[in-house]
Design a protein around this ligand. Structure first.
Ligand code: NOJ
Length: 545
C-alpha cells in the first residue's frame, strides 16, 4: 500500500444513476448518459464517482433489490457499456465505485425463487432467513422486527401446495429478502461478485447497509419499537451493527488487497457513535465509511465542532481518514434542511417537513457548508445536484412518488423521491437537457429550475457551481488541503476557525452578526461577499495565513 493512497482524501461524486443523465431518451438516467457527461465531472474536479446500483433489478427500491449482481439492468445499459464507462472514466482520471447490496437480494433473485420453490425445510431456504410463524396457526410473524420502510419486517410465504407457509425476513421492502450471512455460500458468492467487478476495473465499492448483515441467531424481539429513543448497549442490537459483521469485511479486504491500484471500500454504516463507526475502518477492515454524524449535525457551531472532533479523534485513532457528507439520495437535500428548524435530519424518523424552508437562508448555509466540508481533513462526498444548489422537491404529487417508504408508511412519510429528481443541465423548461428529445423524466422536475441548470450556472461567479469548481480547484492545488490534521483557533462560541499547514485557514461564522477575520495574507475564497472586510453570518472563508 502506498503512503498516501488516493482514497484518503478523494472527493467522490455520487451519481444517482436514474437521475444524472438520460442517454437513450426513455426518461431514465443510464450508463450512456454518464459517459456523455464525463467531461463535466472531470472539469468539476472530482476524483471518483460512486454509482448507485446498476444491476439487473425489478426496481422495487430503485435498484437496491438486485436480481443478478453480474448483469446490468437493461434500463441502464449493458455490461459492455459499463466496461466502456469504467475505461473512459479512467481516461479522464476519474475512478469508478459501484454500489454493492449485500444485506438483501431481490425476491426475483434465482436464489430466492429457488428457496420459495423448494418449500419449508429445503436447503435453498438456508441462504435467507425463513422461520415458521408464531401463534397456533403460525399466522403471527416470528418476531416484532420492523421494516425500515415501515410495517413489519416479515412476510408470510405460500407453500408450493397453496397452503400458508413460513415467513421470511426483510429489513427493507418485502421485495428485498435478507440474506443469511452465517451461510458459507453467501459469503463465497459475494467475494466472487467482488472479483467479477474488480476484474472489470472498478476502483472500489460502496457497501449498502454495511451494518446490517449479521443478525442475532436467536432472532429475539426488539425490546423497544423504532423511534422510541431506546439505545441498545453497543454491539447488542439484534440486527444492526453487530460485532461479527467485521469478520465478513476482513475477507473482503483481502480480496481488495489482492488487486493492484488501491481498490477501496466505503461503508454505509449507520452507527450510534463515531467510535462504533471507527471499528469498520480499523486495520484489516474497510478503508472508509460515510460520516453521517456530520450530515445529521444541526447548523450550530458547538455541535459541528464536536462532530468534527469526534470524527477526527475516533477515526484518527485507528489510522483511518475521515469522510464528510452533506447529502445523498436518502436524505432531504441540505439547502432545504438548513432552511428550516430543526436543521437536522435523522434516519428512521421520517421527514419533518414542517412549514416552507427558507431557501435563501438554506442556500447561503449550503455554500458555507461546502467550504467547511472541503477544508476538513480527509475525503468528501458530493451528491449530484448539490453542486448546483438544488433544493429538495417537496411538492411532488402522490401519484408520481416511487419510494416504497411512501406506501409502506401509509403516506405518513413522503419518502426520498424529493432528493432524487433528475438534475437540470440546460434550457428553460423540463427536462432541462436531462433527456434528449424532450422525453419526460421518471420524476417530474420543477418548472423553476432553469436558473439552477449547469448551463445557467456556468460562468456565473455567484453560482453554487462556480463555488464548487473554485473550491475543488483550490483543494487540488493547495498543499494544506486533503488528508492531514487541523488546529482550532479560538474565535468565539459561534465561529468555527481552524488552520491547516502550511498556511491555510478556514473560518465559518455561525453567529448572527459579522465577525472579524483572523490576520491573513490573502482571501482565497468566500461563500458570500465580505462586508466591510468582516465575515457575515452563515458565511465561510478560506484564507492564506
Ligand atoms: C441504503 C440505500 O442508500 C437506500 O437507498 C436503500 O433503500 C436501502 N439501503 C436498502 O437497500
Amino acid at each position: 500500500m502506498s503512503e498516501n493512497p488516493w482514497w484518503r482524501d478523494a472527493v467522490i461524486y455520487q451519481v444517482y444513476l436514474r437521475s444524472f443523465a438520460d442517454g437513450n431518451g426513455d426518461g431514465m438516467g443510464d450508463i450512456a448518459g454518464i459517459r456523455s457527461r464525463l467531461g463535466y465531472l472531470r472539469d468539476l474536479g472530482v476524483d471518483a464517482i460512486w454509482i448507485n446500483p446498476w444491476y439487473r433489478s425489478p426496481q422495487a427500491d430503485a435498484g437496491y433489490d438486485v436480481a443478478d449482481y453480474r448483469e446490468i439492468d437493461p434500463l441502464f445499459g449493458t455490461l459492455e457499456g459499463a466496461e466502456r464507462l469504467i475505461e473512459e472514466a479512467h481516461g479522464h482520471g476519474i475512478k469508478v465505485i459501484p454500489d454493492l447490496v449485500p444485506n438483501h437480494t431481490s425476491d426475483q433473485h434465482a436464489w430466492f425463487r429457488e428457496a420459495l420453490a423448494g418449500g419449508p425445510g429445503g436447503v435453498a431456504r438456508e441462504r435467507y432467513v425463513f422461520r415458521p410463524g408464531r401463534g397456533p396457526d403460525g399466522d403471527e410473524p416470528p418476531n416484532n422486527w420492523e421494516s425500515v420502510f415501515g410495517g413489519r419486517a416479515w412476510t408470510r410465504t405460500t407453500n408450493p401446495d397453496g397452503t400458508p407457509g413460513e415467513w421470511y425476513l426483510h429489513l427493507f421492502a418485502p421485495e428485498q429478502p435478507d440474506l443469511n450471512w452465517a451461510h458459507p455460500e453467501v459469503r463465497a458468492e459475494f467475494e466472487s461478485i467482488l472479483r467479477f467487478w474488480f476484474d472489470r476495473g472498478v476502483d472500489g465499492f460502496r457497501i449498502d447497509v454495511a451494518h446490517g448483515l449479521i443478525k442475532d441467531e436467536e432472532l429475539p424481539d426488539l425490546v423497544a419499537p423504532r423511534g422510541s429513543g431506546y439505545r441498545y448497549p453497543a454491539g447488542t442490537h439484534p440486527h444492526w451493527d453487530r460485532d461479527e459483521v467485521l469478520e465478513v469485511y476482513a475477507g473482503w479486504r483481502k480480496v481488495a488487497d489482492s488487486y493492484p491500484g488501491e481498490r477501496k471500500f466505503v461503508a454505509e454504516a449507520w452507527t450510534d457513535s463515531a467510535d462504533r463507526l471507527a471499528r469498520y475502518v480499523r486495520a484489516g477492515a474497510l478503508h472508509t465509511a460515510f460520516n453521517f454524524e456530520f450530515l445529521q449535525s444541526p447548523w450550530r457551531a458547538a455541535e459541528l465542532r464536536s462532530v468534527i472532533d469526534a470524527t477526527l479523534g475516533n477515526l484518527g485513532a485507528v489510522g483511518a481518514p475521515a469522510t464528510w457528507v452533506l447529502s445523498n439520495h436518502d436524505v432531504t437535500r441540505h439547502p432545504s434542511r438548513y432552511g428550516r428548524p430543526p436543521t437536522t435530519w435523522r434516519p428512521n424518523e421520517g421527514y419533518q417537513r414542517t412549514g416552507t424552508p427558507d431557501l435563501v437562508l438554506g442556500t447561503r448555509r449550503a455554500r458555507a457548508a461546502a467550504l467547511l466540508m472541503l477544508a476538513l481533513p480527509g475525503g468528501a462526498y458530493v451528491y449530484q445536484g448539490e453542486e448546483l444548489g438544488l433544493p429538495e422537491v417537496e411538492d411532488l404529487p402522490d401519484s408520481v412518488l416511487q419510494d416504497p417508504t411512501f406506501v409502506r408508511s401509509g403516506g405518513a412519510d413522503r419518502g426520498r423521491d424529493g432528493a432524487r429528481v433528475p438534475i437540470p443541465w440546460s434550457g428553460d423548461a423540463p427536462p432541462y437537457g436531462f433527456s434528449p428529445d424532450g422525453a419526460s423524466p421518471w420524476l417530474p422536475q420543477p418548472p423553476t429550475w432553469a436558473s439552477l441548470s449547469v448551463a445557467a450556472e456556468t460562468g456565473d461567479p455567484d453560482s453554487m457551481l462556480e463555488l464548487y469548481r473554485s473550491a475543488l480547484r483550490l483543494r487540488r492545488s493547495h498543499p494544506a488541503l486533503g488528508d492531514g490534521t487541523l488546529t482550532w483557533s479560538d474565535a468565539g462560541p459561534d465561529v468555527l476557525s481552524f488552520t491547516r499547514d502550511p498556511g491555510f485557514a478556514c473560518v465559518l461564522n455561525l453567529s448572527d452578526s459579522p465577525v472579524e477575520l483572523p490576520p491573513h495574507q490573502e482571501t482565497l475564497l468566500t461563500s458570500a461577499p465580505l462586508s466591510g472586510g468582516r465575515l457575515p453570518p452563515d458565511t465561510a472563508a478560506w484564507l492564506r495565513v
